[in-house]
Design a protein around this ligand. Sequence first.
Ligand SMILES: [Fe+2]
Length: 439
Amino acid sequence: MIVACALGIVALAAASVPPPTSVNWARLLFWIVITAAAAALPVKLPGGVNASMTTAPLLATAFDSSLPQPFAILWVAVIGTIEPRDIRREIVWYGSIYNKLSYALAAYAGWLAIVVLAPIEGGPIRTALQIVAGGTAFMFVNVTLAVLAASARTGQPVGRVFALSVRNVGVGLVSQVPLGWLMAEIAQKVGEWATLLFIAPLLLARCSFTKYTELRELFFGSVSALSQAIDAKDGSTRGHADRVSRIAGAIAREMGLSEREIERIELGALLHDIGKIGVEDRILLKPARLEADEKALMQRHSIYGAAILEPSAALRPLVPLVRHHHESYDGSGYPDGLKGEEIPLGSRVIIVADAYEAMTSDRIYREAPGHDRAMEQLRKYSGIQFDPKVVRTLGQVIQKRGAAAFEQSDLPPIGYETLAELRRRLAHDSTDADPAHSG
Ligand SMILES: [Fe+2]
């Protein structure tokens, strides 16, 4: 990041000393104003990257042949991308400087690609190549520097930030590239006023960013609510699903799975016990070992869970993970007695994470035996109940991050009263109630 800042400053100095002799200041100011207007409405994407509509006006500046380059593109990128957040000091000063210099470098890269291709003969082909190359160079530098900064700020891996922030809004970002060229053409051939016609398509691109962010928040909010409903029903496992999800996600990441698969496993882990909603309270809340018939009823929760998720298109990919989260590696588990690799990988990860979490947190029927004992048990039943590869990976994760690695939570603290607690309180209140005032 320091290298990026240094490069940006060197590029600015090289382009500005000595200053260009003739500058169309009105046109330069025009692009600064348009870029600033586009920068004023950023959308914060889930991975921590802010998406804005500055790509189009910046590329328009790079395509504007009436301006001295790279002087114009560098200064429009630095001044035009000053956002209200920068002025209100909501971003630390060095973050603001990094953002502006990142834009300068991205815009410079885009302009360089356009210039390199300028000598090519054959109008439309050259223009098409310039749009593609200029857009690619701009986006590559812009996205890379933004993702690196968001990763450093949030502590999330680079791959995850990219997957959350950029992958799903790619169309909205790329669609601005040809708009940039068109804006420059219209400004030069028709007049600057005509670029106002681009407000609508740019707002449409912004709309795709906000819709994606809102949909994702809605989806995760619903999954989180469902997960907390299980916690609320079974007071003894408060926060259990959240911790299992965290452990399972860390194992999946250590195994080198794709971000999409990691997310599926995390969601599956959050909802793995959703079927407990269908288990009678006298069994679910029994503070002693279950009888054989009760155990059989309890074991149905993985089938119930799969049935609950099945009707939802968004949750359907989690169905196999939830259905098979009690299968054993040697085939002695339930409900289908799957064996080894027949068990979905996500389920094999959740099984280990679930067991580790259960053994390291307090339960109603026994004291937590602690991390070392938990790992000892996992290794003992490795190849019998658990996938040896998954157990080994959990060991590696803990070796790297320590046993306390999963205690941090991104979820809001659980401050609600669980159903079990509510029942106890109501039962207590009704015994204490003054009969004279009852009814
Ligand atoms: Fe379960």
